[in-house]
Design a protein around this ligand. Structure first.
Ligand SMILES: [Zn+2]
Length: 657
C-alpha cells in the first residue's frame, strides 16, 4: 500500500496571523552596566581593542557536574557530547587569576549590587532581595572558564508598559559577562577560541514573562522600553556589543524556543515570523507522522555501511539508515529554503562536527526539492544510480525514506544516532531548544534548553545581607520612568516618541531640563540645540562639543544672539573653542546691521525677481521669500532676526518695490 504523499505547504512568513497561531514571546535582555571594576575581581571592565595584542593563552576541556539534587542537567550533557577543546587568549591588564579560574571570587562589587537595586525599582519590582545569594549557572560552551556563570537576583515581579498593557518582569539579575567568542567555525575541528577580556564584566539580565507578548511589534517595543530604562538610569553601558537579547517564542501546541544573542532589534519581526512558521511546520509534521501510524519504536539504530558505493578519501565512511514511512517528510520546508532534513543535520553537525553538506536524505532527489535552494546543499556525489543502489541495499519501500552520512566512522555513527533521536523527537512536535539566529532570519540548533539542575548555589560566596539603607538609597536614585518622560514631553512640547527617544539615547534629558527651566529656552529650541544641531554639524564634518552647545544656549538665554546665528557661531566655536559666547558674537557681528542697511539688501535681492509673480503666485512666494531672507541674513552675519527680515520683505513686495 502506498501512502498518499502530501506535501504540506509552509506558511507564508509574510502573511501569518500571529493571533490565530497563538503566538507568545518574551525576552531576556543582557546589558552590561557601568562600573569601575569587574563583578568578582578588581580587573578593569575594558575590552581589548587590538585583537593581536595578547599576553598569554591556555586551554581547557569541560565536563558537567551534578546539580544540587544529584542530577545532570540534560542540556549540559549535550554540551559535553560536543567535546570541545577551548583555547583562551588573554591580556594581563584586564584579566587576573580569577578569570583563569585559578583563584576563588572576590566579594561582588558593591556598586554593581546597588545598581541592581536601582534597576529593580525602575522595573517596579514588588519583591526585592533581602540577601544577595550568588548562584552558579552552568555553561559548558567554554565561554566561562569555571564552567558556570556567577549570578544573583536583586528584584522580582516587576512590570513595564508596552503600548496599552503591562508586561511582567519576572527577574532582575546582576551577573558576570562571559568571554568573547573569537571564531564561529564549528566543523573544521572541535576547537573553539575565546578572548577572556569580557569575562567578569558586570551585566544585568532582565527577564520578562514569556507569555505576555503577542506580536513582533510588541516585542520590539518591550525591548526598547527596557533599553530606555537602562539609558535614563545611566546604568547601561553604551556602544556596540554592550547589549544582547534572547527571545523566547512559542505558538499554540508548539514549545518554547530560545533564540540567543540577538543584537539588532530590527531583526525581531523577521525572526518571530520565521520561528512561528517553523513551529507550525513541526506541528504539522508530527501530525502527519502520527497519521501514518508511526511510533518511536519504528525507528531503529540499523546503520548500513555503503562506503563501497563512493570513492571516499581520508578513511571516511558512508552510512545509510532507513526511515520507514517517512517519504516526503524530510523534504518538508520548515523555514524559508530549509527543509526538515537540514534542520536535523544542523543539530547533528553541531554536536558531532560532521558538516551538514555531508549529510543527505532521500527527498533531496525530488524535483523542486527545498534542499536544492538551501544555503548549504548536500555536496556528496549522489546521482540517481547511487540513489537506487542505496535504496535497494536498504530495501526501501515506496513510502520509506533514508538518510546518508559521510565522515570518520565514529563521528558519522554518532551523527546518525543524533539524527535518529531527532526524528523520534519529531513525533512530539516542537522540541524545547536554544537556537542561534542566522543572518537571513532563520535559526539553527545551539543546545538543549537547560533544566533547573543547571543552577545551584555558589559555595565560594557567602550570602550578603542587604541593609535597609541600601534599598532606601537606591529607591531615591530612581528618577522618572521613560514612559512618564514621554508623557510629560508630549503634553508640554508636543514631542513624539522618536524625539523623546533621541533625548534619552543621547542622555540629554538633564541638559534639556536645564535649558528649559534655568535658561528659559523654549522646548523646541532646546531640542534643536541638543539633538538636531550636533547631528547637522556632524554631517558637515564639524565636531560640536557639549561645552560649545552650552555656550550657544547661554548666548540665546541672555539674548546676546538670535537663533539664526547658531549656525555661524557654532562653526566659530568649533574652530576657536577658547572664545566665550560674548567674544564669539562680537567677532561675528562687528556691528549689527541697521534697518536701512537691511532694507537696502532686501531691495537688492528683489531687483532680480519677478515682482508681479511674487505678488500673485503663492507657491513662488513661499520658495522665494525664505531664499531672500537667507541671503540677507548671511550678508549681515545673522545680526538681524529672520522673522523681522521676512516681514520687511513681505511689506516691500506689497509696496511693489
Ligand atoms: Zn580579574
Amino acid at each position: 500500500m502506498c501512502i498518499c504523499v502530501v506535501y504540506a505547504q509552509m506558511l507564508n512568513p509574510e502573511t501569518i496571523d500571529f493571533k490565530q497561531l497563538g503566538f507568545h514571546a518574551g525576552i531576556e535582555v543582557h546589558h552590561q552596566i557601568r562600573s569601575n571594576r569587574k563583578l568578582f575581581c578588581r580587573c578593569p571592565p575594558d575590552l581589548e581593542r587590538d585583537p593581536e595584542n595578547m599576553d598569554y593563552t591556555f586551554h581547557r576541556y569541560f565536563r558537567p557536574v551534578l546539580g544540587e539534587m544529584g542530577d545532570f542537567d540534560p542540556g549540559m550533557l549535550v554540551e559535553f557530547e560536543k567535546g570541545y577543546k577551548v583555547i583562551y587568549y588573554a591580556c594581563e591588564h584586564n584579566t587576573c587569576t580569577y578569570e583563569m579560574d585559578e583563584t576563588p571570587p572576590f566579594p561582588p562589587d558593591r556598586d554593581a549590587i546597588r545598581k541592581g537595586f536601582i534597576l529593580a525599582h525602575y522595573f517596579n519590582c514588588s519583591a526585592l532581595a533581602e540577601e544577595i545569594v550568588v548562584n552558579r549557572k552552568q555553561y559548558l560552551d567554554g565561554s566561562i572558564t569555571t564552567g558556570f556563570q556567577r549570578t544573583f537576583i536583586t528584584g522580582r515581579d516587576g512590570w513595564v508598559p508596552v503600548f496599552n498593557k503591562k508586561v511582567r518582569i519576572t527577574n532582575v539579575h546582576i551577573e558576570e559577562d562571559a568571554a568573547r567568542r573569537v571564531n564561529w567555525c564549528e566543523t573544521a575541528d572541535r576547537t573553539v577560541y575565546f578572548n577572556l577580556d569580557r569575562l567578569g564584566v558586570p551585566l544585568t539580565e532582565v527577564i520578562t514573562d514569556h507569555r505576555d507578548i503577542d506580536t513582533p511589534e510588541e516585542l520590539v517595543e518591550l525591548a526598547k522600553q527596557i533599553g530606555r530604562i537602562l539609558r535614563v538610569s545611566r546604568i547601561g553601558r553604551r556602544g556596540i556589543g554592550t547589549a544582547r537579547q534572547d527571545v523566547n517564542i512559542s505558538i499554540k501546541d508548539g514549545n518554547r524556543a530560545e533564540i540567543k544573542g540577538v543584537q539588532n532589534l530590527a531583526m525581531f519581526p523577521l525572526l518571530c515570523r520565521h520561528e512561528a512558521v517553523r513551529q507550525h511546520a513541526l506541528i504539522e509534521l508530527s501530525q502527519q507522522m502520527r497519521e501514518r501510524g508511526l511510533t518511536k519504536e519504528d525507528f531503529e539504530h540499523t546503520y548500513v555501511e555503503v562506503t563501497h558505493l563512493f570513492s571516499l578519501r581520508n578513511g571516511n565512511k558512508a552510512f545509510a539508515t532507513i526511515f520507514p514511512k517517512m517519504k516526503a517528510l524530510f523534504g518538508l520546508e520548515v523555514q524559508p529554503n530549509k527543509d526538515f532534513g537540514e534542520e536535523i543535520f544542523e543539530k547533528s553537525m553541531l554536536i558531532t562536527g560532521i558538516p551538514r553538506e555531508d549529510q543527505s536524505h532521500s527527498d533531496e532527489f525530488q524535483q523542486n526539492a527545498v534542499r536544492k535552494r538551501s544555503l548549504h546543499p548536500c555536496k556528496l556525489p549522489i546521482n540517481s544510480e547511487r540513489h537506487h543502489q542505496i535504496s535497494s541495499i536498504l530495501r526501501l519501500g515506496p513510502d520509506d525514506a533514508f538518510i546518508l552520512v559521510v565522515g570518520p566512522e565514529r563521528r558519522a555513527l554518532h551523527a546518525m544516532k543524533k539524527i535518529l533521536e531527532r526524528v523520534k523527537q519529531a513525533l512530539d512536535g516542537v522540541p524545547q531548544e536554544t537556537r542561534r539566529l542566522l543572518p537571513n532570519g532563520n535559526s539553527e540548533f545551539l543546545r538543549v534548553i537547560h533544566g533547573k539542575e543547571r543552577i545551584y548555589p555558589d559555595t565560594d560566596t557567602p550570602p550578603i545581607v542587604i541593609a535597609k539603607d541600601l534599598v532606601d538609597e537606591s529607591r531615591k536614585a530612581v528618577g522618572k520612568r521613560p514612559w512618564e518622560i514621554t508623557h510629560d514631553l508630549h503634553n508640554k512640547y508636543g514631542f513624539n516618541q522618536h524625539q523623546t527617544d533621541l533625548l534619552i539615547r543621547d542622555e540629554k534629558l538633564e541638559k534639556f531640563h536645564t535649558y528649559t527651566d534655568k535658561l528659559s529656552l523654549n522646548g523646541p529650541l532646546a531640542y534643536r540645540l541638543l539633538i538636531e544641531f550636533p547631528r547637522k554639524k556632524r554631517r558637515e564634518g564639524i565636531k560640536l562639543t557639549d561645552k560649545a552647545v552650552d555656550k550657544l544656549a547661554e548666548g540665546l538665554s541672555r539674548k546676546l544672539m538670535t537663533p539664526e546665528q547658531i549656525d555661524p557661531l557654532a562653526n566659530m566655536l568649533s574652530e576657536e573653542p577658547q572664545l566665550t559666547i560674548e567674544q564669539a558674537v562680537e567677532k561675528l557681528v562687528l556691528k549689527p546691521a541697521t534697518e536701512e542697511e537691511i532694507s537696502l539688501l532686501i531691495k537688492q535681492q528683489l531687483k532680480s525677481q519677478d515682482l508681479e509673480k511674487l505678488r500673485t503666485d503663492e507657491t513662488y512666494r513661499r520658495i522665494m521669500i525664505p531664499k531672500a531672507v537667507g541671503a540677507v541674513l548671511k550678508a549681515v552675519h545673522y545680526s538681524a532676526e529672520g522673522k523681522k527680515v521676512a516681514e520687511q520683505v513681505r511689506a516691500l513686495i506689497r509696496k511693489g518695490r
